[in-house]
Each structure stands twice: as C-alpha cells, then as structure tokens.
Write a protein that binds this ligand. Structure first.
Ligand SMILES: *[C@@H]1O[C@H](CO)[C@@H](O)[C@H](O)[C@H]1NC(C)=O
Ligand SMILES: *[C@@H]1O[C@H](CO)[C@@H](O)[C@H](O)[C@H]1NC(C)=O
Ligand SMILES: *[C@@H]1O[C@H](CO)[C@@H](O)[C@H](O)[C@H]1NC(C)=O
Ligand SMILES: *[C@@H]1O[C@H](CO)[C@@H](O)[C@H](O)[C@H]1NC(C)=O
Length: 370
C-alpha cells in the first residue's frame, strides 16, 4: 500500500508543479502580448483583435505611440482638423481606419500610401472639400469607403482607378452637382453606391453618368436615389426615371459647341469636327469632313428656333381666327333666336290687331337691315 500511495502523492505533486508552470507561462505570455501591444494613454485597446480606440476624447491630433501592428484604429468624434503627411506611415498592418465626425478639411496626397492592407476607410462627417486624384493609389485592398457628409463639390477623375476591390462607396450629403462616368468605370467590384442628398444638376453633364447608373443597376449594383435639384422641371425627380429622350438636345449642344469652335478657329473642318465619327466609320473618313463641315456650319439651333417661332405665330393666328368664328357663330345664334321670338310674337298679335301689318312690315325691314 505504502509505495503505491507515495507514487500517487508524487504524481499529484508533479501535476501541481506542472499547473503552476503553466499558469506562469500563460501569465508571462500575456505580459509579453501586453507589452507588444502597448496602448496609447487614455485610449482603449483590445489586444485580442489588435484594436485601438481613441474615440470621443476631444483630441486634435493622432497619438504618436500607436502600436505598429494595430489592425483597427478608431478615432471618431474628436477635433482632428489637420493630418500631418506621415502620421500613418508606421501602421502598415492597419485594416480599418475610422476618422468620422472630425473637422478634417484636407487630406495630404500621401496620407494613406503606406496602408496597403487597408480594407475599410471611414471619413464620414468631416469638412473635406477636395480630394487629391492620387489619394487612394496604394490602397488596392480597400473594400469600403465612406465620404458622406462632407463638402465635396467634385470627384477628381482617376481617384478610383486603383480600387478594384471596392464594394461599397458613399458620397451622400456632399455638394456634388455632377459625376463623370469615366471616374466610376474602374470600380469593377462595386455593389453599393450612395449618392443621395446632393444638389444634382440633371443636365447634359450628367447624361453619361445616367448611362453608367443604368448599366450598374443592370449588373446588380444597388444605388440610392439621385434626386435632381436643377433644372426646375426635374426638381425632386430621380435621374434614373427621367427618360433618355429628355437629353436628346445634348447632341445638338455638342453640334453647337463644335460649330462655334469652328467659327472661332479660322480654317475649320480639318481640326474640330469629325473626330468622333472618324473612329466609328473607317473607310469614309476621307470623304466625310468635306461633306460634314458645311452641314455643321448650318447651325441647327437657329433653324429649330425659327421653327418654334413659326409654330407659335401659326398657333396665335389660328387662335384668333377660331375666336372670331366662335363670336360670329354666337352672334348668329342670338340673332336667329331673337328673330324667331319676334316672329312668334308677331303671329300671336296678328289676330288681335288686324291693321298693324304695315308697321310690322316696316319693323321687319328695319331689323333685316340691322
Ligand atoms: C515610425 O517609426 C520610426 C521608428 O520606430 C520612428 O522614428 C518614427 O517617429 C515613427 N513615425 C511616426 C509618425 O510615428
Ligand atoms: C458630425 O460631427 C459633429 C461634430 O464632430 C457632430 O456634432 C454632429 O452631430 C455630427 N453629425 C452627424 C450627422 O453625425
Ligand atoms: C500587411 O500587414 C502585414 C502585417 O500584418 C505587413 O507585414 C505587410 O507589409 C502589410 N502589407 C502591406 C502591403 O503593407
Ligand atoms: C459647350 O461649351 C460650353 C463653354 O463654351 C460648356 O460650358 C458646355 O459644357 C459645352 N457643352 C457641351 C454639351 O459640351
């Protein structure tokens, strides 16, 4: 019995030691993790998913001691208005960056150029008025970009050229009046686009973007309402519901522009006019300029205006004639009914007063003269 119980004791002691060693090891590794992921003072950190949260602290600058392996950096609801150019240069592991609800009005061109792992960028509710065309050149993994509630009046073409993975883009609540189709064509993975609450001008400049939106919807993309602000006739209408025929006049404007260009620059036909038609119809290019130029110089809108003028004059003349005819008809009707009444009364009176025929005939004559 004794050796067996001694063996048992020895085994249990060994187990306890082993547990202690294990605990110590765990504690040491935890310590190591903590020191490896040192939280900036006053921020909250989660070393499990490598998240640093410095939201709502009234900060006006980004802390300089953010751990370099940080994956998520949250900096919402602060007072950030200026970003130094290299502020994120040590954070190449960053995947989520949220700078929403700050006062940023400008972003240095290279600010995100070291964030090659970035998949989500939130810039909601700042005061950004302009974006550099090269701002997102090195963030090829970006999937989500929120630029809503800013002061953007333009999206520079080329800014989305290097975002093949972008799935969600918000441009809500900015000052955009128009968008260029070419800017959006590189976004081959885009699925959600928000463009609402902008002062859209639904004119010729937006026509090509309307084409793109139709193609985007056809491809299965989701887009919110693009409600027109101008022109007045389309105010509040969704641009996608405006029939394409409304923009037929745009090609006339193109003609007008090219013809005014022709008028301004001396020898016209060789330079300005047939560039678009050349690319389409190959062999006829030699002949077309000589035929096409005089046609363009005919200046279509004047003839259109003349035609409209003619229609208006014809309408006015027709209207006057119609009114005259109606008046004449009404006059005739009244006259006829008066006469009929008069004759009826005459007939009633005739048997009573025999000798007044002469008078009646005189009256008849007077009224017929009248
Ligand atoms: C980036 O890291 C280097 C070396 O650790 C350091 O000298 C530099 O100040 C850091 N830059 C920023 C913006 O924190
Ligand atoms: C935008 O940010 C400001 C201050 O940062 C805040 O007061 C306001 O409520 C925010 N607006 C929205 C719509 O989030
Ligand atoms: C992505 O993050 C890893 C570390 O997690 C880093 O080694 C790598 O350089 C980053 N990639 C880019 C393109 O910055
Ligand atoms: C025509 O030219 C004017 C300026 O000359 C320009 O503002 C307008 O956008 C042009 N229209 C078209 C349809 O190209």
């Amino acid at each position: 019995m004794l050796p067996a119980s001694a063996g048992h004791r020895w085994r249990s002691r060994f187990l306890m030691r082993w547990q202690e060693a294990c605990l110590l090891g765990c504690w040491l590794s935890l310590c190591a993790a903590e020191s490896f992921f040192a939280c900036p003072s006053s921020c909250k950190c989660n070393s499990g998913n490598l998240e640093v949260d410095c939201s709502g602290l009234g900060l006006s600058s980004i802390p300089s001691d953010i751990p370099t392996n940080t994956r998520t950096f949250l900096f919402l609801n602060n007072k950030l208005s200026i970003l130094p150019g290299a502020v994120f240069s040590n954070l190449s592991a960053l995947q989520r960056l949220d700078l929403s609800n700050n006062f940023l009005d400008q972003l240095p061109q290279n600010i995100f150029s070291d964030l090659g792992n970035l998949t989500e960028l939130q810039l909601r509710n700042n005061s950004i008025r302009a974006l550099d065309k090269d701002l997102l050149q090195h963030t090829a993994l970006l999937r989500q970009l929120d630029l809503s509630i800013n002061g953007l009046a333009q999206i520079p073409s080329g800014i989305f050229d290097d975002l093949p993975a972008l799935r969600s883009l918000s441009l809500r609540s900015n000052r955009l009046q128009s968008l260029d189709r070419v800017t959006f064509e590189p976004l081959t993975s885009l699925q959600h686009l928000q463009v609402g609450d902008n002062p859209w001008e639904c004119d010729c400049n937006l026509r090509d973007f309307k084409h793109w939106m139709e193609w985007f919807s056809y491809r299965g993309g989701k887009i919110d309402q693009l409600a027109c602000t101008l022109p007045k006739e389309l105010k509040g209408k969704d641009m996608r519901m405006v029939p394409m025929e409304m923009f037929n006049y745009c090609s006339q404007l193109d003609d007008e522009n090219s013809s005014t260009v022709l008028d301004n620059t001396g020898p016209p036909c060789t330079k300005g006019s047939p560039a678009p038609s050349k690319s389409k119809s190959g062999p006829e290019t030699e002949v077309e300029p000589s035929v096409g130029c005089p046609q363009k110089q005919r200046y279509r809108p004047v003839s259109v205006r003349r035609a409209i003028g003619t229609v208006i004059i014809a309408g006015v003349v027709c209207g006057i004639v119609c009114i005259m005819m109606v008046v004449a008809a009404a006059y005739g009707c009244i006259y006829a009914s008066l006469m009929a009444k008069y004759h009826r009364e005459l007939k009633k009176r005739q048997p009573l007063m025999g000798d007044t025929e002469g008078e009646h005939e005189e009256q008849k004559q007077i009224s017929s003269v009248a």
